[in-house]
Write a protein that binds this ligand. Sequence first.
Ligand code: CMC
Length: 371
Amino acid sequence: TAVPTTFKGLAGVVVDTTAISKVVPETNSLTYRGYAVQDLAAHCSFEQVAYLLWNGELPTDAELTLFMQRERAERRADRSLLGLVAKLPESCHPMDVVRTAISYLGAEDPAEADASPTANRAKSLRMMAVLPTIVAADHRRRRGLDPVAPHHSLGFAENFLNMCFGKVPDAEIVKAFEVSLILYAEHSFNASTFAARVVTSTMSDIYSAVTAAIGALKGPLHGGANEAVMHDMLEIGEPDRAEEWMRGKLARKEKVMGFGHRVYKHGDSRVPTMKEAFRDVAAHTDGEKWVRMYDILEKTMGDATGIKPNLDFPTGPAYYLMGFDIEVFTPIFVMSRITGWTAHIIEQSESNALIRPLSEYTGVPQRSVVA
Ligand code: CMC
């Protein structure tokens, strides 16, 4: 008799093929549709990257113009959706707001069940376009401020920053923010993407799949880590306390958020690009002390364990210095990763097989019910 083999956490298990992105841990590289993320971050807008993920190729000028027009036309949230956001308790996490908003968009879409690639691409664009409006409105209401309407003449990143802060920040900040969106957009079969693929594999709809993905991303072992990083940094307070803090965490065998990765064991391919963007933001906002703290934490962890930072480590303090409330960091991750999730949802539905693994039973042996 064959002994069942279990793969806790599916570590090392290849569950399907994908043509969307490739992670090569040995060389710390990540490509979207064949392009290195660093190159995309250096040369492209977030809109171009979204187009690439959904269509497999970067857009021509004419394709990009049309795509941007369509994205800008879909940004408005109707009054009922904004009213729903306003009704949710301010004590809830902003990820709950985002999760509820996507679920609502599904409920109000009369063509929710149409899962053709064309319909799913249109729905993906609608979700990508309207999410920033929701996230920004929620961010502002928690500060007691009225929402700022989306602006037609602004790019995706600029428009979101404008809706949050009531003005477009300096170009250095916009660029760093856009780089973070590009780096967060896609990462193969991570937990939230896999959750989206599992839901899609039952032939459920795209909104249900994205709602599930948001639930998976919320956890601190996944997207929630960027928030945890900044809470830790604020607790540390000053760079000269960073080494002792890290040694204490390690001595108590506590996990340090923003470090380690299931796939990358020698460093996260996205970190050097995001660290550079974080440095730019810090130089522009008088935030150098956070860079010094970053370096000390990275070095202390590296010397003691060899474990390297992941993308959430530089994005946490970068978003903080841009002026965002900490709880909005993971919703920003959603605004970006929704492009990758939906590319995977489309791919999964184009060559579907129900995802239904097995388990090894370890409970009590079969017994009789005594009436
Ligand atoms: N702090 C301290 N020790 C760690 C950390 C960490 N962040 N990450 C891994 N280790 C240690 C861990 O304690 C274990 O040690 P030992 O073998 O002595 O028990 C060893 O390294 C292997 O760790 P693991 O948790 O079994 O490895 P994994 O592949 O399951 O972990 C991880 C991946 C991301 C869950 C983990 O590194 C972690 O919890 N990191 C903190 C959370 C975090 O930053 N998450 C964001 C991930 S990247 C962005 C994203 O996908 O959203």
